[in-house]
Design a protein around this ligand. Structure first.
Ligand code: ATP
Length: 232
């Protein structure tokens, strides 16, 4: 579904991605794990058209993306949930969710029903300003907003960031449900444990390069991965 080939991205003189290749098949959850500054956000931002690459190729369902606008990429069905959620604090929860449907025409009732079933707390808080929600609820809101676009491929940037373990578990349960309903997921995480226990396959990125890849169940047993990302 998504194929990235030999992707290079620079910020001025600094090389953030140094020849990344990876694939995401339809129906998979793929995780990209790596430490702070490894290039995870840069990769997602390049796929969603927010950053231009210096060289390489990105194809989604056979269409080349590297010169496509971020709005056109959204219309193709690639939706990103950014790091730090980036919700609108002064808009209500319902208004924040509604914004995710900006590419859609017609009745959104079934979509609101779906997200309120997945996240009942958002239904309870629908009239509250988004900024009054807890961190975990804001992550749910960011996911709900993304689902309103009916994504084919969901790009999740550190959904566990800054959340207590019990909330992380809840968010990941929902990511699994969203996936089971038919959405393909590419997620990036510093929290390797939660990513590897959720994903089908994973890639490990270090300083802009993929250093390991394979089934998540194998990577979680890998000695190097255990030492570097799972505390031994
Ligand atoms: P984090 O978990 O901190 O978001 P990351 O793995 O997502 O880390 P990136 O944010 O993609 O990493 O950063 C990759 C490299 O590119 C880092 O060295 C970072 O300092 C650099 N970088 C990121 N954004 C910019 C920018 N706008 N200008 C210059 N350098 C940048």
């Amino acid at each position: 579904m998504l194929e990235i080939k030999d992707l290079h991205v620079r910020y001025g003189q600094a090389q953030a991605l140094k020849g990344i290749s990876l694939t995401v098949g339809e129906g998979e959850i793929v995780a990209l794990i790596g430490n702070n500054g490894a290039g995870k956000t840069t990769l997602l931002n390049t796929v969603s058209g927010l950053i231009r690459c210096a060289s390489g190729d990105i194809e989604f369902e056979g269409e080349k993306l590297i010169r496509t606008s971020s709005e056109a990429i959204v219309r193709l069905g690639i939706i990103q949930v950014p790091e730090g959620r980036l919700i609108f604090p002064d808009l209500t929860v319902r208004e924040n969710i509604r914004l995710g449907a900006f590419t859609r025409k017609g009745d959104l009732a079934a979509d609101f029903d779906r997200v309120f079933t997945l996240f009942p707390i958002l239904k309870e808080r629908a009239k509250q300003p988004g900024g009054t929600l807890s961190g975990g609820e804001q992550q749910m809101l960011a996911l709900a907003r993304a689902l309103m676009a009916r994504p084919k491929l969901l790009l999740l940037d550190e959904p566990s960031l800054g959340l207590a373990p019990v909330i992380v578990e809840r968010i990941y349960q929902t990511i699994t449900e969203i996936h089971e309903e038919g959405t393909t997921v590419l997620l990036v995480e510093q929290n390797a444990f939660v990513a590897l226990t959720t994903a089908d396959r994973a890639y490990v990125i270090e300083a802009g390069r993929i250093v390991l890849s394979g089934p998540a169940s194998e990577l979680i047993e890998n000695q190097d991965v255990r030492k570097a990302y799972l505390g031994g």
